[in-house]
Write a protein that binds this ligand. Structure first.
Ligand code: HEC
Length: 156
């Protein structure tokens, strides 16, 4: 019985540490501001992913130093997603592509975040190896984590 209780407590702690407990936006003004900040993070993710996608497709020459820089930025941005999605704006009329599920399924959402954190850490690790195939695969790995989350949590 005692063992069971401490296991249960352990579970609660591990969930709490990986997902931010969302707070409801208290006014339309606050919801708009939170939406703006949230979209800024994703917009920056898009701007750093663009050149990586171009390199993976051969439209831009591979540049190891640049790849490492974008991978690091994406990794750092991924660590901000939880905080910048921590205000639940679903009760307000804001222009957003975020589905309400972002706040209804916090565990699944934070799993998607950590997939991106891992994939970007992996690209950073292989960026300077000079192995083109491995680098392109790692870029593709990041792209899949973007798309995976969008499939579940973003309007088309
Ligand atoms: C954990 C889930 C998740 C991950 C991972 C994720 N996104 Fe998104 N993304 C969203 C959601 C939700 C929105 C909608 C935000 C809104 O409109 O409020 C969004 C919106 C966007 C937008 C539109 C931003 C705007 O200005 O409105 C871009 C661009 C984008 N994501 C690119 C990316 C790229 C590139 C990656 C991977 C490097 C990525 N996202 C990873 C969930 C995610």
């Amino acid at each position: 019985m005692k063992l069971l209780t401490s296991a249960a407590i352990g579970l609660v702690i591990s969930i709490a540490s990986t997902s931010v407990i969302a707070q409801d936006a208290k006014s339309l003004k606050q919801a708009k501001r939170a939406t703006e900040l949230r979209q800024s993070i994703f917009s920056l993710l898009g701007s750093n992913m663009g050149p990586l996608g171009g390199m993976a497709k051969g439209r831009i020459p591979l540049d190891a130093k640049q790849i490492e820089k974008y991978a690091l930025r994406i990794n750092q941005l991924s660590l901000m997603i939880a905080d910048y999605t921590g205000t639940n704006t679903s009760g307000h009329k804001v222009e957003t592509q975020a589905l309400d599920k972002v706040w209804q399924q916090p565990e699944q959402f934070s799993k998607r975040i950590s997939d991106l954190t891992k994939a970007s850490a992996n690209l950073k690790k292989v960026a300077l190896t000079g192995d083109e195939a491995v680098i392109k695969k790692a870029i593709g790995g990041i792209g899949r984590t973007c798309g995976g989350c969008h499939d579940d949590f973003k309007k088309d």
